[in-house]
Design a binder for this molecule. Structure first.
Ligand SMILES: Cc1cc2nc3c(=O)[nH]c(=O)nc-3n(C[C@H](O)[C@H](O)[C@H](O)COP(=O)(O)OP(=O)(O)OC[C@H]3O[C@@H](n4cnc5c(N)ncnc54)[C@H](O)[C@@H]3O)c2cc1C
Length: 439
């Protein structure tokens, strides 16, 4: 069963020209298009499948500062304020609430790590509260268990993955931008070495600025242009249950994590657990990803061959006048790991007695695209006018608004909302040993 998603109607005609073209209608692409359209930039957003249908509707919906790496914390904080403003600006609900996030644990080392992060975050102006055993038991009373302690991050929140990307795309349309679904970008035309046009399956759009926000497909697209972007995806499997239990809005434990959904049901997942499906691209970038895979080795397990068939990490070169792998795989919808789905449900029901009779409503998987250091790649490539914005490494939903705002700043040459330098893709020319995101 795929992740549920609100539908967006496509604009009637592809424009012949635009000030900027955004490739990819996930949260990063829609936020970029939205913040460009708000500045009066004529923007066209092209999406090979449906708005939000890949990672951006398949996630938990957490918008967190808690446990963020120092390089992403400012973007997370900026994003929370942007999320908060969005519903009022667009006039439709993106499902965002600053409900705070709960983390509970019986592991002293884990609690000590959270306390270290609390001390670091305090210096950055972010408040988070360590919970005593009594406070943790009170906040985690739905579990009926004792806890050694925990964390509550009151300024964090959740948004609704079913609605967010589609509603922001609708906001872009209302501001005069255009949105084109079932419209894969096949490549670029260059003039004098800089971007001159985007070639899509439906025609050519002349433009001097292109943002590649294609999620797990970004590296294979870059490869057509001679750009090396080390990127790898892992497959994460999660499920949803219907309403009927009364759990905290967002709760993490090492056993299972739960998030209240827009319909009153819950998303259930095991944090960090994922499978690595072999692909040609993973072989190519294996050395770059050694530090990442080494650091996360306890969470990752070998997968299967479905990544080879889905085409997102192909090393093939394609032509601009013929169908490409993107048109053959409109929506990357990998098969979930049924063993992990069953284990997640078992753990959730063991932890929360109220879930015992609540039925499963959906189960799905998503490919999470990552960079070698677990921090996104945002910045202009060596092709003037071609900006890369991908590799959000499992954090892109929450920080999508901040990333989109920053990219719009880079495109329009306005003062950036935050320092873009930590995100520039040129850092992948060096090894990532010792630089993999801590949290
Ligand atoms: C199970 C799971 C749980 C997660 N939980 C969280 C969470 O709680 N909080 C959080 O912050 N993040 C979470 N994430 C990560 C988050 O979902 C992603 O980082 C984020 O959605 C990435 O957004 P994106 O726009 O870069 O990519 P995507 O949402 O994948 O969008 C990319 C889009 O580009 C399109 N595309 C690609 N190539 C082309 C092309 N050539 N032409 C046209 N269109 C193209 C694709 O069809 C796709 O729709 C989770 C992810 C998963 C899978």
């Amino acid at each position: 069963m795929p992740a549920p998603l609100l539908h967006v109607t496509t604009s009637p005609a592809l424009p012949q020209a635009a000030d900027a073209v955004v490739i990819g209608g996930g949260i990063v692409g829609v936020c970029t298009a939205y913040y460009l359209a708000r500045r009066g930039v004529k923007v066209a957003l092209v999406e090979k499948g449906r708005i939000g249908a890949e990672q951006s509707s398949r996630n938990w919906g957490w918008c967190r500062q808690q446990n963020r790496d120092a390089r992403e914390l400012l973007m997370a904080t900026a994003s929370l304020a942007l999320w908060e403003a969005m519903a009022g600006q667009i006039g439709q609900d993106v499902g965002f609430r600053r409900c705070g996030l709960h983390y509970l644990s019986n592991d002293e080392a884990e609690l000590a790590g959270w306390a270290r992060w609390r001390d670091f975050a305090r210096g950055e102006g972010v408040v988070t509260h360590m919970l005593s055993a009594a406070e943790a038991a009170e906040r985690g009373r739905a579990t009926g268990k004792a806890w050694k302690g925990g964390v509550f991050s009151p300024t964090d929140g959740i948004a609704d993955p079913e609605r967010a990307a589609p509603v922001i795309a609708l906001g872009t349309l209302a501001l005069g931008g255009s949105v084109h679904q079932m419209c894969a970008a096949r490549g670029l035309e260059l003039e004098g070495g800089r971007v001159a046009a985007v070639v899509t399956e439906a025609g050519v759009i002349r433009t001097r600025t292109v943002v590649m926000a294609g999620g797990a497909w970004a590296s294979s697209f870059c490869r057509q242009l001679g750009i090396r972007f080390p990127q790898a995806s892992i497959r994460s499997s999660i499920l949803a249950v219907g309403p009927g239990a009364d759990l905290p809005d967002a709760l993490h434990t090492s056993q299972v994590s739960t998030t209240r959904r827009g319909d009153g049901g819950y998303t259930l997942a095991i944090s960090g657990k994922a499978r690595v499906d072999v692909t040609a691209q993973q072989m190519r970038f294996a050395t770059s990803f050694l530090p990442m895979f080494f650091k996360r080795r306890k969470s990752l397990a070998p997968g299967g061959l479905q990544g080879l068939r889905s085409g997102h990490e192909t090393l093939r070169r394609w032509r601009l006048d013929a169908s490409t792998p993107m048109e053959r795989m409109r929506i990357l919808d990998p098969r979930p790991d049924h063993g992990q789905i069953a284990e997640t449900l078992r753990r959730a029901r063991a932890l929360f007695p109220a879930l015992a009779d609540v039925p499963v409503t959906a189960a799905w998987a998503g490919y999470i695209d990552s960079t070698p250091d677990g921090v996104p790649a945002i910045g202009e490539t060596n092709i003037p006018g071609f900006i890369l914005a991908a590799g959000f490494s499992g954090h892109g939903f929450g920080i999508g608004p901040g990333a989109g705002h920053l990219i719009a700043d880079l495109v329009t040459g306005t003062a950036p909302i935050l320092d873009p330098r930590p995100y520039h893709p040129s850092r992948f020319d060096q090894s990532s040993w010792g630089k993999v995101a801590e949290f």
